[in-house]
Design a binder for this molecule. Structure first.
Ligand code: IFM
Length: 758
């Protein structure tokens, strides 16, 4: 397979898109796919995780740090740049097998010279503070150039400058700056060490960079390497010392060794996934590229943050963590890279305090997790999150206070993590409290309907954000029941297996009476059931709303980007929904429903779903794949997997810019492949498979972990093979109601019946 994403022509209007598409990152920082000569107008951004700042200009957002890659060539007093200079040839590439970004541009100067600039960069996985670049200039005649290089501190931030001051420093040939954020005076150092290979140039040092005078000889390249360190006080005691050490160690190792290690470390990640799709290179490439993007933003080094809704491709959505993490991104890591999965779930555990505060802010008990969670665990979402583009006025939105399903999603994540990894140690580290307190929140939110003797959830917003403040959203209610069940299970697990801890937690949370409340909630919660046509009504009264086609709805649009949701958007009083809601419920909690119900609902909701969120198509693909509607599933898989390749996504909600990469769709893509087409599901005691491959796939291969052991899967149209790797433990496998055993370290081969998709 070709692991290269390529863009062969420079176009100004594509700068933003390519910046996302060719982003590199290592979970510590992300660097957009922009060119070395670009500045803030071209949205260059090196976005760091974990440091957020409120500068008073809008909202708290993650910080973009000064740009250490900033480099350009001057010839005859003119800057060579794709933005201004004539280009003879240009190519920009992302090699996503190694996370290496490359560009090559042949500039044609006004006096007819050809000067070629080539650059290569990567965000090191070996040392997450390190950004590395090799920059090379060649001419087809002897000529004099100047190379300007340094750390550009005039940088792009959505809400403007985030540093109250910058101190420029030099030590042992390492130059750079320490920046202090405005809100928390958090220190971040950005430093660089340059190394010219050949030929030597004459260097003139400036405040935050240098100009290198080079006499280029015909066809002899000038090559320079830059080691850039980014150190934040969240993990470095002395950020400047740490940055100097990082640059020096990198220089000692040298570019080639660092690059070799980079290849090996990315290789290990892909090995953990083990994905191969024989017979469909296009799908294979899209799926692996998706996994690349998701991994690039994954915090392997810490549980102080999870993965933001736009990864580390910029500051959109306040750099916040949403339910996207638990529902869409976590499964890939739980099954393939449990260490990262643990960080993701522990991030929520560590931020229980923020959830307590939010519940109490709205007069509830227990834990109400933030809709947009930042490093503090508090909610970054405001009550007026969007602007009406007709009036310019702020609109009251209810994402923050009514999407109560967020607490259930958090519980789902913890439950999923334990179910797959069997690592229950997180319970002791605070996960038990999170689960119990989320259930308590729902208990305090519930409305007991006398006469019907059931608990209802009124005035909520489900996954479909176009319909706010509805009653009994199906997804929400079912997920609340799951929370109640998880709570009862955790309590009985602790009681029998960890009696001391059981007593401690019950006492600490004063939960002795609450347990009965949660049991009552579990037993009597109202769960919308399929109607006579087998359709589950998304919320009370949904089916009475105007039923029209999406085209009809679009024909009513007055202004581009107008918001279709509440309070008075076009979709509000209609059945057009923004994203998967009932379909999400059916795909996550599938065992509660028959295939017939799933199919009927898919067919009902699909034409009524706008897929206005990148969280939608993967879920339609997932459910379709689970019920063997492989051709439907395939179409939607490709939409989800290619979202960041095609750029087929919304860029604005009203006047709010929402561009960037789409980690939820990336994670959802992995789910479609494994949990959809292969039908993998973790059970209490083993795994379940139910494969249906798309027509053109000859073989699907992937790896997964279960209970601490690793397995390799190979599926053809008629054989399901599971191979125990690394002396894997015995695994119980169910397929079509039959139980098989994959013995320790061996291969299980199941002859399947006709698994042709429908
Ligand atoms: O969490 C999602 C939400 O469901 C739809 N709007 C965007 C958010 C962040 O991805």
């Amino acid at each position: 397979m070709n692991w290269k994403i390529e863009d062969k022509e420079y176009k100004k209007e594509k700068i933003e898109f390519i910046g996302n598409k060719m982003c590199i990152g290592n979970g510590y920082f992300g660097y957009r796919g922009t060119l070395e000569e670009y500045g803030k107008e071209q949205l260059v951004a090196c976005t760091v995780s974990e440091i957020f700042d409120d500068n008073g200009n809008g909202w708290r957002e993650p910080v973009n740090v000064p740009n250490g890659l900033y480099t350009w060539v001057e010839y005859e007093e003119k800057k060579l740049s794709v933005l201004e200079t004539k280009i003879e040839k240009h190519v920009q590439e992302l090699h996503f097998d190694t996370g290496i970004h490359r560009r090559k541009t042949v500039f044609s100067t006004e006096d007819g010279q050809r000067i070629t600039v080539e650059a290569e960069r990567f965000a090191s996985l070996e040392d997450i503070h390190l950004l590395v670049m090799r920059y090379q200039v060649t001419a087809d005649k002897d000529l004099d150039i100047k190379i300007h290089t340094g750390i550009d501190d005039d940088i792009w931030n959505i809400n403007g400058n985030h540093f109250k001051n910058k101190e420029y420093i030099e030590k042992d040939g390492v130059t750079g700056m320490i920046c202090k954020t405005i809100e928390n005076t958090a220190n971040i150092a950005v430093a660089e060490k340059k190394q010219a290979l050949s030929p030597e140039g004459k260097t003139e040092n400036l405040k935050n960079g240098s100009v290198i005078h080079v006499n280029l000889k015909k066809s002899v390249p000038y090559v320079m390497e830059k080691y850039i360190a980014i150190c934040k006080e969240t993990d470095c005691t002395d950020v400047w010392e740490a940055a100097v050490n990082c640059c020096q160690q990198a220089e000692q190792k040298g570019y080639d060794r660092l690059k070799a290690k980079q290849k090996a470390l990315w290789g290990k990640r892909y090995e953990k996934l083990g994905i191969e799709i024989e017979g469909d290179e296009e799908a294979e490439k899209a799926v692996l590229y998706s996994a690349y993007l998701l991994y690039s933003s994954a915090p392997e080094h810490t549980d102080r943050v999870a993965i933001p809704a736009r990864g580390l491709s910029g500051q959109v959505y306040k750099g916040a963590m949403f339910w996207d993490t638990e529902i869409y991104m976590l499964p890939m890591f739980a099954f393939c890279d449990p260490k990262i999965a643990r960080n993701l779930v522990m991030y929520r555990v560590k931020n229980l305090q923020g959830a307590y505060e939010k519940a109490s802010e709205y007069g509830y008990e227990g834990a109400f997790y933030p809709w947009e969670s930042q490093e503090t665990g508090r909610d970054g979402c405001t009550h007026y999150n969007l602007t009406d583009i007709f009036t310019g006025r702020k609109m009251r939105t209810y994402f923050r206070d009514k999407q109560i399903h967020i607490s259930a999603d958090v519980v789902y994540g913890l439950w999923k993590y334990m179910n797959v990894t069997k690592d229950n140690s997180i319970l002791k580290e605070g996960a038990a409290e999170v689960i119990l307190e989320c259930a308590r929140f729902f208990w305090s939110y519930a409305y007991y309907k006398k006469g019907k003797e059931q608990y209802e959830f009124l005035d909520v917003t489900g996954a479909d954000e176009y319909h706010e403040r509805v009653n009994n959203d199906a997804y929400t209610n079912y997920m609340i029941r799951l929370t109640a069940k998880a709570t009862l299970d955790v309590i009985s697990y602790l009681k029998s297996k960890e009696p001391e801890m059981y007593k401690k937690v019950m006492d600490k949370l004063d939960y002795w009476e609450e347990e009965e409340n949660i049991r009552d909630l579990y037993e009597k919660i109202y769960l919308p059931k399929p109607n006579d046509s087998l359709v589950i009504e998304q919320f009370d009264g949904y089916l009475k709303e105007e039923d029209l086609s999406i085209q009809e709805l679009y024909s009513r649009i007055i202004k581009p980007n107008e918001y279709l949701g509440s309070p008075c958007g076009l979709a509000v009083n209609t059945q057009i929904i923004k994203q998967a809601d009932v379909i999400l419920l059916l795909s996550l909690l599938g065992s509660d429903f028959t295939d017939e119900v799933k199919e009927k609902n898919w067919s009902y909701y699909e034409p009524r779903t706008e897929h206005g969120s990148s969280l939608s198509t993967c879920i339609y693909a997932l459910l379709a794949a689970q019920i063997g509607k492989t051709e439907w599933a395939y179409q939607y898989l490709m939409k989800a997997a290619q979202i960041d390749l095609t750029g087929d996504y919304k860029l604005y909600l009203g006047d709010l810019y929402i561009g960037g990469t789409h980690p939820a769709a990336n994670g959802g893509t992995w789910m479609v492949l494994t949990q959809g087409f292969a039908g993998l599901e973790a059970e209490e005691d083993g795994v379940h498979f139910s494969p249906h491959l798309p027509e053109k796939w000859r073989k699907l291969k992937f790896r997964f972990n279960y209970g601490g052991s690793r397995y390799r899967v190979e599926i053809t149209k008629d054989i399901l093979k599971i191979i125990g790797e690394d002396a894997a433990k015995e695994l119980r496998v169910t397929y079509m109601g039959n139980i098989y055993t994959c013995s320790a370290g061996s291969t299980l081969k199941i002859q399947m019946e006709n698994r042709e998709g429908k």
